[in-house]
Write a protein that binds this ligand. Structure first.
Ligand code: GN1
Ligand code: MG
Length: 382
């Protein structure tokens, strides 16, 4: 990763300096670095020096196209972080998310006007931490991630969900996502549908299955909880030396949802044999050893609070969310790549194909996944 020694005339440095000043942070920007993780927002590690001390921050531009009402979203985040803090009063600084405030008392800053408007926020940079873009085949990473996301949901058990406004409506409403996807296919706005007939057909064949969890919500079988909704392993910061999970980050989509989507999204992202955007779909498989490790960690924190139906839904959640994301990536490809940041022209298509390959493999191993979850849930009861 590149460090940029911040030079006085550099426009990014200038902007970061201005933002830091508005957040009442002392010192000059001496170093910054673009953080490459995430497909939506834009983040910079930023170091300030005030003549005595170097202080480090995370300065982030929120994607206004994706988050239509970021002020309300920041209010959600404030409530959530306060709730966690109130429970864990002795939490050391590295284990917390702390957002800075402007002189007006806002945890955000709006720069520019009209089409040029930008939404910025600043929070603490967690020193000596790492996040994982894949599990690197290491079951410990999965086990610890399971504990961290399980604990996160546990901490929000008694949080009044009615206080939260959905930052993106229908975010994990898979039936709605399917309707949206087939709407895009019908319109075919940039003329790409003819090139992805097989992928569309595979999603169509599984459209009924995709609605499974939505039907269970409607039937009152699955409770709505406050969930994270974006549980990739890169949304946990780990201690670089001990691999102890320090803090769950990226709370932008924290809102009412299903436990099994949170469970399933880490499985999708990290309990597999290749990265989210692997171009060789043969390499994209579910790894049942990693699945077990995550389920162990997750259930160690949640087995006593999840209902039987929720426990049964965990493996289904992995397959449903993988199919849902495949439809989102492919939908974005068919729309001309407006939502997810891409590194090359067919990136969203490659991502969609990788997710579809993983989905198929998950369906082929559904019974094994379910068996592992049941076995672990029972052993947690003992
Ligand atoms: C996006 O921004 P990032 O990378 O944490 C997306 C998630 C997807 C994920 C796929 C707000 O998350 O829903 O699962 O990409 N976030 C939003 O990697 O759409
Ligand atoms: Mg993220």
């Amino acid at each position: 990763m590149m460090d940029y020694i911040a030079r006085p005339g550099d426009p990014i440095r200038k902007k970061l300096q201005r933002i830091c000043r508005d957040f009442r942070l002392k010192g000059e920007v001496i170093l910054y670095r673009r953080i490459p993780n995430g497909h939506i927002n834009e983040a910079y590690y930023t170091a300030l020096y005030d003549g005595k001390e170097v202080r480090q921050y995370l300065v982030q531009k929120v994607n206004w196209f994706v988050f239509k009402d970021p002020i309300t979203m920041m209010h959600n985040i404030e409530l959530i972080t306060q709730h966690i803090m109130a429970k864990e009063r002795t939490l050391e600084r590295r284990r917390r998310l702390h957002f800075h405030h402007t002189a007006e008392g806002n945890n955000y800053l709006i720069l520019g006007e009209g089409e040029e408007k930008e939404f910025w926020r600043v929070y603490n940079f967690v020193e000596n931490s790492v996040c994982f873009e894949t599990s690197e085949g290491n079951p410990e990473v999965l086990r610890e991630s399971g504990k961290a996301f399980g604990k996160f949901m546990r901490q929000l058990q008694d949080f009044d969900a009615s206080q939260l406004v959905e930052s993106i409506s229908h975010f994990h409403d898979t039936a709605f996502r399917m309707d949206t996807f087939f709407g895009i296919v019908g319109e075919d706005p940039v003329g790409r549908a003819a090139g992805v007939v097989q992928e569309i057909a595979l999603i169509r064949e599984n459209r009924e299955f995709a609605g499974t969890l939505c039907r269970q919500i409607e039937a009152g079988e699955l409770p709505i909880r406050v969930t994270h909704n974006d549980t990739k392993t890169n949304n946990i910061l780990f201690d670089r030396d001990t691999l102890d999970p320090l803090v769950v980050i990226d709370l932008d989509t924290c809102m009412p949802g299903l436990a099994c989507y949170d469970f399933g999204d880490t499985i999708r992202f990290a309990a597999c044999t290749a990265e989210e955007d692997e171009s060789d779909t043969e390499k994209m498989k579910l790894d049942l050893g990693l699945f077990r490790a995550y389920a162990e960690g997750y259930l160690s924190q949640t087995a006593d609070i999840l209902s039987e139906a929720e426990i049964e839904s965990l493996a289904t959640g992995a397959a449903v969310i993988t199919l849902e994301l495949a439809s989102r990536f492919l939908g974005d490809y068919l729309t001309g790549d407006k939502y997810f940041r891409i590194d090359y022209p067919e990136h969203n298509l490659v991502r969609a194909r990788a997710q579809l390959a993983l989905f198929r493999d998950m369906m082929a191993h559904m019974e094994e996944m379910q068996g592992i979850v049941q076995e672990l849930a029972e052993s947690n009861e003992e």
